[in-house]
Write a protein that binds this ligand. Structure first.
Ligand code: BG6
Length: 274
């Protein structure tokens, strides 16, 4: 079944089928929960202090970053990670099949300050034994445009100090150290603020945790971004509790290198979570 519930100023679509349950906020086209039935474990993390005011992006789940990632390159007054995560989205279609439920959503507008393209943006979410998320960017105009985007997934983990990320190779650019390049640690464990852009294209990653192994399959990306704010930054953020960094890890399937989309072409960014 699918039903809409209201939380503060936000409408949430609740999905429950034979394979899983999930929740999608229509503010931001933002997935907040995915619980497959075979193990009943929540894969996504949402901050206990998250705001549902319909103004600020929700802290946790899977924010959609579009049409830029991080700060805007030309204008620092524009919102971080683009503007569609703070916009209302419409449901275009809901479909039940023998593998689960597919929901198609689009933001109310794709036009905004800081982006020149004539784009159509579509989010297709399949809730089955796995969660499949596709973000489709189509060029409806007559000239090419470039954009960045990300499925900024916050994964629920038991303990950041006892978890390991598998599958990333080579090097990363460190946003906490002026974008300097470093070798990826082996094993990939966490003991400090982490904000890294891995410009490479591994397809399969795993988070190995005391309680759960989460697998992440990516495509259409040029980067994987790994983020944990650690203690000081968590404390400084209004929508994160002081110690909440302990139970989350962002592993983001991203385009950070300005992908070009030709007229009439479509770029598809995909993340599958199991
Ligand atoms: C990550 C960025 O993707 O998102 C970080 O690499 C940033 O630099 C983080 O702090 C959270 O961003 P925001 O805008 O949701 O607070």
């Amino acid at each position: 079944s699918t039903k809409i519930i209201t939380r503060d100023n936000i409408q949430l679509l609740h999905i429950d089928n034979a394979f899983a349950s999930a929740e999608i906020s229509l503010f931001g086209g933002h997935i907040l929960s995915f619980k497959p039935k075979y193990d009943g474990r929540e894969r996504l993390w949402v901050s206990q202090n998250a705001l549902f005011d319909g103004k600020k992006p929700i802290r946790g789940g899977i924010p959609i970053c579009w049409p830029w990632f991080g700060g805007h390159s030309g204008n620092t007054d524009l919102p971080a990670h683009g503007y569609v995560r703070a916009q209302n989205w419409d449901i275009l279609n809901t479909e039940e099949s023998d593998t689960g439920t597919t929901i198609t959503l689009k933001p109310q507008t794709t036009a905004g300050e800081g982006f020149e393209g004539n784009a159509q943006l579509t989010l297709v979410v399949h809730v089955g034994q796995q969660l499949r998320i596709q973000l489709l960017t189509s060029n409806l105009g007559n000239t090419p445009f470039t954009f960045n985007c990300a499925l900024h997934s916050y994964f629920a983990i038991a303990d950041i100090k006892h978890c390991e990320l598998l599958g990333l190779s080579k090097q990363y650019s460190d946003k906490t150290r002026s974008l300097q390049m470093f070798d990826t640690p082996q094993p990939y464990c966490f003991s400090e603020e982490t904000d890294r852009v891995h410009i490479e294209q591994p397809k399969t990653l795993s988070i190995i945790d005391k309680q759960i192994k989460t697998r992440i399959l990516s495509s259409g990306h040029d980067s994987i971004v790994v983020w944990n704010p650690w203690q000081d930054k968590s404390s400084s953020m209004d929508d994160m509790a002081d110690d909440s960094y302990l139970t989350m890890l962002c592993v983001e399937t991203a385009v950070t290198q300005w992908q070009e989309v030709a007229p009439q072409a479509t770029h598809t960014l995909e993340q599958v979570i199991k």
